[in-house]
Design a protein around this ligand. Structure first.
Ligand SMILES: [Zn+2]
Length: 196
């Protein structure tokens, strides 16, 4: 396999990139100064070598450190917003309304895909709440059937701890991913959250 083929094959595995686009990117890279290509390669290797889950919230973090949000002293540590994926955090941060912390579940309950409660970080969330100092848990899983089932499961797991638990409003399109919602929609869904 030629280096060009190898690079094109790897790029074509990325979402939204077909074989044609992959080849276009490869030819583009071949025209760049060597240092630029090396910098890109280093950045990609860094993703697997230096990024690891935050030990508190499971957001992406530099290995061995808390994530940027957990280590920010200006964040309100009494509120935790529970999301399915770390990429959902970026969407909520874009709305620029929320100042609390997060908890990344690592997916949603989905029997068909073989995802059960033990695959998610619910137990770690319960532990976090049990340590005290948390006044509210906002469940911001997606508005899909699986997202709703997951929210219900988390709420039941938290029930014995008597912490206020709210669910973001359904301003979001049903089945729509938080990740693709605009900032205004997310801000409205957060503001109109209701008790569970
Ligand atoms: Zn964190």
């Amino acid at each position: 396999v030629s280096a060009i083929d190898e690079a094109a094959t790897e790029l074509a595995r990325l979402p939204g990139i077909g074989r044609k686009t992959a080849l276009r990117l490869v030819y583009h890279l071949l025209r760049q100064p060597e240092e630029r290509v090396r910098a890109l390669a280093r950045a990609l290797v860094g993703l697997s070598e230096r990024v690891a889950p935050c030990s508190l919230c499971f957001n992406y973090a530099e290995r061995g450190q808390l994530c940027q949000i957990c280590s920010d002293p200006r964040r309100d540590r009494t509120v935790i917003c529970v999301v399915e994926e770390a990429s959902d955090i970026a969407a909520i941060e874009r709305a620029a309304e929320y100042r609390g912390l997060y908890h990344v579940l690592g997916g949603r309950l989905s029997p068909l895909d073989g995802v059960s409660a033990s695959d998610l970080t619910v137990e770690a969330l319960v532990k976090r709440v049990r340590q005290g100092g948390v006044a509210e848990i906002i469940l911001a899983t997606n508005a899909s059937v699986e997202g709703e089932a997951t929210a219900l499961y988390v709420q039941q797991a938290l029930e014995p701890l008597a912490v206020r638990t709210t669910r973001i409003a359904r301003g979001l399109p049903v089945g729509g991913d938080l990740e693709y919602a605009d900032g205004v929609t997310i801000a409205q869904a957060l503001a109109a959250r209701r008790e569970m």
